[in-house]
Design a protein around this ligand. Sequence first.
Ligand code: GDR
Length: 312
Amino acid sequence: MKSALICGISGQDGAYLAQLLLLKGYRVYGTSRDVELGNWSALKELGIYEKVELLSLSPIDFKSVLDAFYKSKPDEVYFLAGQSSVALSFDQPVDTMQSIVLGTLNMLEACRLFPGVKLYNAGSSECFGDTNEGRADETTNFNPQSPYAIGKSASFWLVSNYRKAYGIFACTGILFNHESPFRPTRFVTKKIVQAARDIAQGSNEKLVLGNLNITRDWGWAPEYVEAMWLMLQHAEPDDFVIATGHSSTLEDFVSLVFQNFGLDWEDHVIQDPKYFRPIEHLVSKSNPEKAKRILGWEAKNRLKEVVKLLCK
Ligand code: GDR
């Protein structure tokens, strides 16, 4: 039986990944900073809370990382535990950088002490910044526009460096936006769907959003965790862009959500610069062709299906 250690199991990706690995017959260990205080609602909703072994781990504390490696004796480690909000990274840049960069470094150093362990690192399309007319792939230069994206860029290069310098099997998945009901409302998709549902049920609230002109590539999270696993099953460690390959504006997303509830978004949505970020990159477009060619992975759900699934 293979053993997997999922650092950050209580979040959206951690919970879906745990479900996938249990189905594949893994023994699954999952970490959260403080198991006593953790929020296990996603694991409980998926019916797997009792099936995983939970450990406390702070990614910035090397001793706690080592303890988790000793206890779980992992074949595969998935590092999903860094601070994940771009907006919050402008308010908490130090915590963001530490959890992402130092967290990745601690995982890599632990892997050096446990030869044969494979590491998945959660990268981000935010590293690309504006993709303008092109579509970003694994050869596209980074142009990060937030403390979050700068941290993710550093973690990407750390993984690449340790892979070459020490022969560690480590991969970064450069994931574009991927959504599910397990998103907290701090992320825009959940905020929109929840407000539209409440309005459809009679609330007269207004939905206040930031920039509606931004373009993003939104996919379905349960499919994306499969790509993480596939990367670690490939013969060679490598980095992959994971996305649908299709981008839309936030206005399109809002419009589709309200349509799903039989509403016209323009009657209910207000734009407020208070939700604009200090720096925002407007266009995010992807080219996930390498993942299809090498891993055989392709997103099945595009924007319309993702919206339908979220509304349901
Ligand atoms: P993002 O996700 O920053 O792309 O990072 P988020 O859902 O927060 O924002 C998406 C876009 O919507 C715009 N926006 C708003 N965003 C929020 N949160 N709230 C608002 O009211 C609002 N109005 C407009 C944002 O400016 C942004 O352009 C996500 C995270 O999952 C990261 O961890 C991951 O790395 C990237 O996706 C790929």
